[in-house]
Design a binder for this molecule. Structure first.
Ligand code: NDP
Ligand code: GDR
Length: 371
């Protein structure tokens, strides 16, 4: 039985990857951080009681900032495959906590690779590094390929650039099977609530049910190549099943703006929108409502506004990936379109909003913040 170790198992990708590896018969080990409240909601459905015999799912307390902890876990597990998905993954937050972001995202990767080397696992353990389209930042060519030069635009992206190169370096220096998946944005109903797609689907769902009045956003002109996390973790696994390690761009090859994603999400929730005004004065007004789907909103209401505090000190305006090499070499193609993904996310958030409405009616406090 193959053993995998996943950092970031409690995150969006970690949870989908753990599901996939369990389906494939792996023994799955994940590193979770200590938190003051439960932080395993995304993996609770695949949790296996460690007391039962032949359990194939194991969680270890740990942190990418703690070398001795990582070495100890690596020694106990001796994994065939390590997926380094753990990170301070929010670009805007990385401007607020740049040093911590570098420690986790850059040095955390080095610590894992050193643990492999220190334990003499160079020939046994394959290593996947969660690299990112943010490396392209100020894009040098459109679309971006494995050969496009990098120009990172945030402390997050700069830290991830170190991680990218240290993975390449340990491959070249020590023969470790290490590869980078340069993944473009990917989303799902499990996406963190402060990333823009989830912030939008959650807000339109809440607005449709009358739980919230207005969604405040930053740069709505930003263009992203959005795919579904389920498709992308499949590719993470495929990358580690080759004879030689290589780096791949994982993307859909299509891009839309944040504004278009707002329109698409609102429509799915039964709300039609018109955008008027420019810059800080841009707003979206409701032009038509499906009363059954969206009883909490009326025609003429303004439900989207701009708040400059969501602007970033340096912005990545456009990202568009070319996944041809992944298709040619591994036969990977994304199966879920952005429209399908958006519909799935909105439907999930509408369900949650309805549950919250019910809880509220019974006196429970529900959180609807969309920071
Ligand atoms: P999430 O933010 O959903 O998950 C991040 C995970 O990392 C969580 O499990 C989190 O734990 C964990 N983590 C954070 N800090 C530490 C730390 N100090 N030590 C150990 N674990 C830590 O990210 P995604 O699942 O969306 O992304 C997975 C990876 O892929 C990340 O590295 C991200 O940067 C990268 N990436 C993501 C893309 C995307 O569009 N989703 C695109 C390209 C790259 P906790 O649950 O406790 O917070
Ligand atoms: P990104 O994702 O920065 O691309 O990083 P995010 O969803 O945060 O932003 C996408 C774009 O939307 C614009 N935007 C807003 N973003 C947020 N979060 N909140 C807002 O209110 C808002 N308004 C507009 C942003 O300015 C940006 O242009 C994600 C993360 O998952 C990274 O870990 C990963 O590496 C990259 O995707 C690829």
């Amino acid at each position: 039985m193959k053993k995998a170790l996943i950092t970031g198992i409690t995150g969006q990708d970690g949870s989908y990857l753990a599901e996939l590896l369990l389906e494939k018969g792996y023994e799955v080990h994940g590193i979770k951080r200590r938190a003051s409240s439960f932080n395993t909601a995304r993996v609770d459905h695949i949790y296996q009681d460690p007391h039962i015999e032949n359990s194939r799912f194991h969680l270890h307390y740990g942190d990418l900032t703690d070398s001795s902890n990582l070495i100890r876990i690596m020694k106990d597990v001796e994994p065939d495959e390590v997926y380094n998905l753990g990170a301070q993954s929010h670009v805007a937050v990385s401007f607020e906590v740049p040093e911590y972001t570098a420690d986790v995202d850059a040095l955390g990767t080095l610590r894992l690779l050193e643990a492999i080397r220190f334990l003499g696992l160079e020939k046994k353990t394959k290593f996947y590094q969660a690299s990112t389209s943010e490396l392209y930042g100020e894009v040098q060519e459109i679309p971006q390929t494995e050969k496009t030069p990098f120009h990172p635009r945030s402390p997050y992206a700069v830290a991830k650039m170190y991680a990218y190169w240290i993975a390449v370096n340990y491959r070249e220096s020590y023969g470790i099977y290490a590869c980078n998946g340069i993944l473009f944005n990917h989303e799902s109903p499990r996406r963190g609530e402060t990333f823009v797609t989830r912030k939008i689907t959650r807000a339109v769902a809440n607005i449709s049910q009358g739980l919230e009045q207005c969604l405040y956003l930053g740069n709505m002109d930003a263009l992203r190549d959005w795919g579904h996390a389920k498709d992308y973790v499949r590719m993470q696994w495929m990358m580690l099943q080759q004879d030689t390690p290589e780096d791949f761009v994982i993307a859909t090859g299509k891009q839309i703006s944040v504004r278009a994603f707002v329109k698409m999400s609102a429509k799915e929730a039964g709300i039609e929108l018109e955008f008027t005004g420019e810059g800080l004065n841009e707003v979206a007004t409701v032009t038509n409502v499906d009363r059954e789907k969206a009883p909490g909103v009326k025609v003429g209401e303004v439900i989207v506004k701009v708040d400059p505090r969501y602007f970033r000190p340096a912005e990545v305006e456009t990202l568009l990936g070319d996944p041809s090499y992944a298709k040619e070499k591994l036969g990977w193609v994304p199966e879920i379109t952005v429209e399908e993904m958006c519909a799935e996310m909105v439907q999930n958030d509408v369900q949650q909003a309805k549950a919250h409405t019910l809880l509220k009616a019974h006196g429970h406090v529900v959180s609807v913040t969309t920071e």
